[in-house]
Design a protein around this ligand. Structure first.
Ligand code: RFL
Ligand code: PHB
Length: 393
């Protein structure tokens, strides 16, 4: 039987970043991932990093390419009723900004650094199962190359996303879950065409939400709200660009240059939180414990803030023989999670068209957008949440 100090389940951003930070602190760790590395790198997901996430990547020693290729954005645009309002994040938050850098690129940097440091990631590890979580000798078993293997460890980090096995290993009667499923999805297209503006444009239109984001100065990532029953086959490239254009203010629409989709996918929108984020020696981090709708660009950043708290707590355990950080982990992480849930829900409600919405709710939504267009106080509240709320020590 092999052994390590921390067994990490999942090689998404949470697992890889945790592994990098622990390795820097001299803590042995091994990652078990059910998919292949190519599959993990083919997933197109988030694109916006908060400054605290960038700082954590610097700490992990994987921010060189991010600083070279990432685009620092000091604002965003809101598009509504034929007009576009600039929200100056930097001015409203005393100098803070966000960085546009694809989750795929961040994952690639972390994977390459991990391989270069000789750290082990076991890809295509199937049927991962967690054992003896509430003892001080937990184990993880898995099937790889047709053989059942076992791994001894001190702790297990459950970084295996929403559908992973870690959260499901906590007895149902000990776990409280909170969920909101939204009655629509996002259809996303990646294409080699210049962004419509130098910063992101979030749009509300009676036909639904739209977002013009980017991966670089020549590559766009755009989304339109769609029906949950839609399939990507129903959305030709031409239909997608026409729909996107129809939801934008005229100035933004005029800058749109349709191009062939490199990737096209539909993602459902969900809010979800599982409490607590710890069971015995199992600690959940990232999507394994919570999901936010992507409207606030918080999913990846929340995974990073969990990892920051968890890595510090584990380092404290090994260096100082203190479990104070581990004991506080769930409570501390959940405080930040719920603030991000609140913001993501608010942004989702503000910018989407809800099928069940009556005239009253529609008027309130318009009033809220009008308020945001005209009030510095309202813009400041949006800005400080968008750039990311402060982390506790
Ligand atoms: P991940 O990225 O899902 O990684 C989990 C990893 O665990 C593996 N795994 C297992 N490994 C071993 N055994 C098992 N039983 C396992 N089960 C699963 C998986 O293969 C995977 O490699 O979670 P992590 O690391 O917590 O990172 C979180 C972020 O990925 C996530 O919050 C964001 O990407 C959310 N998200 C978005 N966030 C944004 O801010 N903006 C977006 O545009 C955006 N788009 C998205 C998204 C999430 C999506 N999902 C999960 C459906 C689009 C999609 C489609
Ligand atoms: C993206 O670039 O994929 C992106 C950006 C901002 C969001 C969601 C997704 O709020």
């Amino acid at each position: 039987m092999q052994g390590t100090q921390v067994a990490i389940i999942g090689a998404g951003p949470a697992g890889l970043l945790l592994g990098a930070l622990l390795h820097k602190a001299g803590i042995a760790n091994l990652i078990l991932e059910q998919r292949s590395s190519d599959y993990v790198l083919s997933r197109i997901r988030a694109g916006i990093l908060e400054q605290t996430t960038v700082a954590l990547l610097e700490e992990a020693g994987v921010a060189e390419r991010l600083h070279r290729e990432g685009l620092v954005h000091s604002g965003i645009y809101l598009s509504f009723d034929g007009a576009r309002q600039h929200i100056d994040l930097q001015k409203l938050t005393g100098g803070r900004a966000v960085t546009v850098y694809g989750q795929t690129e961040m994952t690639r940097d972390l994977m390459e650094a991990r391989a270069a440091a000789g750290m082990t990631t076991l890809y295509e590890a199937e049927q991962v199962a967690l054992h003896d979580i509430t003892t001080d000798k937990p184990r993880v078993s898995y099937l790889r190359n047709g053989r059942r293997e076992e791994l001894r460890c001190d702790f297990i980090a459950g970084c295996d996303g929403f559908h992973g096995v870690s959260r499901q290993s906590i007895p149902a009667e000990l776990l409280k879950t909170f969920e909101r499923v939204y009655p629509f999805g996002w259809l996303g297209v990646l294409a080699d065409t210049p962004p419509v503006a130098h910063e992101l444009v979030y749009a509300h239109h009676p036909r639904g939400f739209a977002l013009c984001s980017m991966r670089s100065k020549t590559r766009s990532r755009c989304y339109v709200q769609c029906s949950l029953s839609d399939s990507v086959e129903q959305w030709s490239d031409a239909r997608f660009w026409d729909e996107l254009r129809s939801r934008l203010d005229p100035a933004t629409a005029a800058a749109l240059q349709p191009a062939a989709a490199i990737e096209k996918s539909i993602a459902p929108l969900r809010s979800f939180v599982a409490e607590p984020m710890r069971h015995g020696r199992l600690f959940l981090a990232g999507d394994a414990a919570h999901i936010v709708p992507p409207t606030g660009a918080k999913g990846l950043n929340l995974a990073a803030s969990d990892v920051r708290y968890l890595s510090r707590a584990l380092i404290e355990h090994y260096r100082e023989r203190s479990d104070a950080g581990l004991d506080q982990y769930s409570e501390k992480a959940l405080r930040r999670v719920w603030r991000a849930e609140r913001f993501s829900w608010t942004m989702t409600r503000l910018l989407h068209s809800f099928p069940e919405q009556g005239g009253f709710e529609q008027r309130l939504q318009r009033a809220e957008l009008d308020y945001l267009f005209s009030s510095t106080a309202a813009q400041t509240s949006l800005a400080e949440n968008y750039v990311g709320l402060a982390l506790e020590d």
